[in-house]
Design a protein around this ligand. Sequence first.
Ligand code: PXP
Length: 250
Amino acid sequence: MPETADILRLGVNIDHVATVRNARGSAYPDPVRAALMAEEAGADGITAHLREDRRHIKDDDISGLMDALSIPLNFEMAATDEMQAIALKHQPHAVCLVPEKREELTTEGGLEVAAQDDRLGEYIAPLRDAGCRVSLFIGADEAQIRAAARIGAPVVELHTGAYCDYHSEGRFEARDAELARLREGAKLAQSLGLEVHMGHGLTYETVAPIAAMSEVKELNIGHFLIGEAIFRGLPEAMAEMRRLMDEARG
Ligand code: PXP
C-alpha cells in the first residue's frame, strides 16, 4: 500500500470468505467480491494468504484479485520456491512472508529471520527487483527486527496474536507486557528504517493501543472483520474498525 504521511492504513484480509466458500466446495461466497466491497468501503488494501495447502485462498483467487482490484494487494505466502514463482508471475504490490505449518489453524508465530538471514536475503532479492514491497511477519523480537533490516526488507509486520490472545484470556499483565514489547519493537524497527505494520487477531477490543502507536503505518485485519460482517455487513464492520483506529490515532 502506498506510503503516505501519518495515515494508518487498513488492509482487509479476505481469506475467511474463501474458508466459508470451501466448506461446501461451491463457488460462493466469492472472496474477490468481498475484496471489491472492502475497496468500495474504503479499505487501503486487500490481504490474501495463499497457503501451501490452499485451504482458503486458491490460485484463481489471486488472479481474480490482481485483475479486479484498484487498491494494492498484499500477498501473504510462505518462503518457498513455488510461492516465489507465483508472486513473480503476478507481481502484487506487496509480498508478506509468513511462516507456515500445515497442522496450524492460523499463522501461529513469527518468521525466523535471524537464523536464515542469508537464505531469506537471497529469497527476497528477485521479489524486490520485480517491484514488490517485501514485508516480513515477525515477532517483536530484537534479533528478528535487526535481521529484517540487515537483509534489506523494507517492511516488517509485527505479530499481534499473543497480545490479542492474552486479552481474550483475561491475562492482562501478560497482555500489557506483550504490548510493551510491540511498542519497543515498533520503535526499534522504525529507527532502523523499516516501515512498521501490525496484525493478527485484532478486534474492536484490542485495536486501539496498537493503532495509537505512531510508528505503525498499516494494520492487516481479517478474521474478526469477516465474522463481524455476518452480523452487520462488511462496510459497517469496517467503518467501526476505521473509527476506532482513527480515534486511537487522535
Ligand atoms: N497479518 C498476517 C501476516 C497474517 O498471517 C494474518 C492472518 O492471515 C493477518 C494479518 C490477519 O489476521 P486475522 O485474520 O487474525 O485478523
